[in-house]
Design a protein around this ligand. Structure first.
Ligand code: NI
Length: 249
């Protein structure tokens, strides 16, 4: 079930049978010469929407702008400051918790978001109104590539040139879902350089075409399909385990 395609009455009914929700979260940032700017929010959205087709789970709208300051030297990148990002995540959580959601799983598509999502969770947990909630209220961060089995499959599919940014696995996921993503280029070098990721101008100097350590030409829609199917299945299992989590009174 997709929240944005539901009515309030349908959400009220859903809350009678489940108190869990998945929020896809990512970033809108350059992904090399052929990767879509939306790659990091499209991947968790594609996986969550696929999971929802075969399970009675609820998916929130995608939180699609994240921590991308290091990509701002490339046109099209949109970034939030950490303080804005943390505040906005907190407001999404407060809204959902106010309706009665108790298990909120953020399915993340961007490594640069992790520290700030964790900080947002800490801000919420620190509030008296949340600190006093009966045990059962919980927030969970799950990177889509960390869902059980996914990293292993990506390693099998791309033993070399996977890299850290504009990776063939994330590009493959978008290629499966969207014809727009089926682009290729002659890369030079074939596998991009690796190195530390800092601020925007240094990033563009160090990684001139935007890729980090990757060879996106290895991506195919078929490999993307295998990744999405596995990740969607694992997401349903992770959400189920999270929903069943209980703390002894
Ligand atoms: Ni990415």
């Amino acid at each position: 079930m997709l929240l944005h395609l539901s009515t309030w009455a349908e959400i009220e009914q859903f809350l009678e049978r489940s108190r869990s929700i998945v929020v896809p979260i990512g970033s809108n940032e350059q992904h090399g010469p052929t990767g879509l700017l939306g790659t990091d929010w499209l991947c968790p959205e594609i996986i969550a929407h696929e999971a929802e087709k075969s399970a009675d789970i609820l998916i929130a709208p995608t939180f699609n702008i994240g921590m991308a300051q290091h990509h701002l030297a490339f046109p099209g990148t949109i970034s939030l400051r950490p303080s804005t990002f943390i505040a906005a995540i907190g407001d999404w959580i407060r809204s959902l918790a106010g309706h009665g959601f108790e298990k909120i799983l953020f399915l993340n598509g961007h490594g640069g978001n992790v520290a700030s999502i964790d900080a947002a969770f800490s801000e919420v947990y620190a509030e008296a109104s949340f600190a006093k909630r009966r045990s059962g209220f919980a927030l969970k961060l799950c990177n889509w590539w960390d869902l059980p089995g996914v990293t292993e499959l990506a390693r099998e599919q791309f033993p070399t040139g996977h890299g850290a940014h504009a990776t063939p696995s994330e590009i493959a996921v978008t290629q499966w879902a969207l014809p727009h993503a089926r682009k290729s280029a002659e890369y030079s070098p074939q596998i991009a350089p690796s190195g530390p990721i800092r601020e925007a101008l240094e990033f563009r100097g160090r990684f001139p075409d935007g890729r980090v350590g990757s060879d996106p030409n290895q991506a195919t829609p078929e490999k993307g399909e295998a990744l999405v199917r596995l990740a969607a299945k694992s997401l349903v299992q992770e959400l189920d385990a999270f929903t069943r989590e209980s703390v002894p009174a």
